[in-house]
Design a protein around this ligand. Sequence first.
Ligand SMILES: [Zn+2]
Length: 78
Amino acid sequence: MIRAPTIADLRARGHTGARIVCLACHDSQIVAWDDIGLSDATPVPDIALHRGFACRACGSRDVAAAPIWSGKPSDAPG
Ligand SMILES: [Zn+2]
């Protein structure tokens, strides 16, 4: 059974935030947990639903939240 990781799960692995990826232009940005401001029980994919992030590059609100698996924000494209 596959369960989406929650904010608490990622915190436990040492992640400091989530990656917000634009589905329109594939730009991505890193948002810290403090800036997200949601409960630790929130599934990571639901972050975008709750917060309505907009893409910083094209302004689209069609975005998805994902874990920062690499742990290196600097390797985000663009
Ligand atoms: Zn975009």
